[in-house]
Design a protein around this ligand. Structure first.
Ligand code: NDP
Length: 276
């Protein structure tokens, strides 16, 4: 049986990523080092940060404090909208590598397309160069709608290996997930727990009780069985450990459908087309 360390999903460029990783949005540099080294000690092998989270230095310390070899870890970071454009992307990547204290990142992501700025295609060309130069191993995007992905695919050599988007039971993103599947793009869910907002939902509470798991575990299991990658965040080492314990049970088809049926196209954040 797979666990948090062994469950991997292949990417279209020949690399792979752990299906479940740790997200560290809004975790300060003071706390993040301990949380990252704890996560690695309980089997996590993917850490998701961003220049905007202002904690890349702390993440890097967490990696170097851990006994887990660097090559076994998938380190993901992103550059912010202000660095969109060819030169901005190249220099943002170099800044992130310095902050993280590493020679390369495994997964480098455009944080938001900011379509009104019309710079994400220029950034994508820079992403291809960063990959060719060996500074990043895989390149992907976040918060891209189908039309933004299609534009990259029409104009570029390489298709993004992954699109990290808001996705949880209240925003199941079925059309986008289908589009990704048709084009070999991996779907990774940000806010997989809707920032904690779904955890009090009475039908999820009741179903979690039937399986003898927490609501967070139930929802994470639903993502995994859909073939989605997830990066839940927690400030608590206990909950980080709990969130990794989602490989020892399986949801029935009926319960998978029940959770998928809770979709109400609810976003905790802005629609990417409106964020510029
Ligand atoms: P999540 O959906 O991961 O939810 C985090 C919330 O759930 C926190 O309040 C946390 O509280 C709570 N929580 C976590 N585990 C449990 C548990 N087992 N039991 C009870 N409560 C729990 O939200 P995020 O917005 O943080 O998303 C996850 C990651 O996605 C981010 O950290 C970031 O890496 C990425 N992200 C990417 C974005 C992008 O634009 N690309 C945008 C937003 C996020 P507590 O901390 O107290 O445990």
């Amino acid at each position: 049986m797979d666990d948090v360390t062994t469950a991997h999903l292949p990417l279209s460029d020949g690399n792979s990523i752990p299906q479940l990783g740790l997200g560290v949005y809004k975790v300060g540099n003071d706390l993040v080092t301990d949380l990252v080294s704890h996560a690695l000690s309980v089997g996590y092998r993917l850490i998701d940060t961003a220049s905007m989270y202002d904690n890349e230095a702390g993440v890097g310390h967490g990696l170097s404090r851990s006994d887990v070899p660097r090559e076994d870890i998938v380190l993901a970071t992103k550059f912010w909208m202000d660095d969109l454009g060819y030169e901005g992307t190249l220099s943002a990547c170099k800044k992130s590598l310095t902050s993280l204290g590493t020679d390369y990142v495994d997964l480098y992501l455009i944080h938001w397309p900011a379509p009104q700025r019309d710079l994400y295609l220029d950034s994508w060309k820079a992403m291809e160069k960063l990959k060719a130069d060996g500074l990043v191993r895989s390149i992907g995007v976040c918060n891209f709608h189908e039309e933004h992905l299609q534009r990259i695919m029409d104009a570029s050599e390489q298709t993004p290996v992954l699109n990290q988007v808001e996705l949880h039971p209240w925003l199941s993103q079925e059309p986008l997930v289908d589009f990704h599947a048709r084009h070999g793009i991996r779907t990774q869910a940000w806010s997989p727990l809707a920032r904690g907002q779904v955890l009090d939902d009475p039908s999820l509470v009741s179903l979690a009780g039937d399986y003898g798991v927490s609501v967070a575990q139930l929802v994470l299991r639903w993502h995994l069985q859909r073939g989605i990658a997830v990066i839940p965040k927690s400030n608590s080492t206990t909950r980080i450990t709990q969130n990794a314990q989602v490989f020892g049970f399986e949801l029935s088809e009926e319960h998978m459908a029940l959770i998928s049926g809770m979709n109400r196209d609810y976003r905790t954040g802005l629609d990417p087309k409106d964020r510029n």
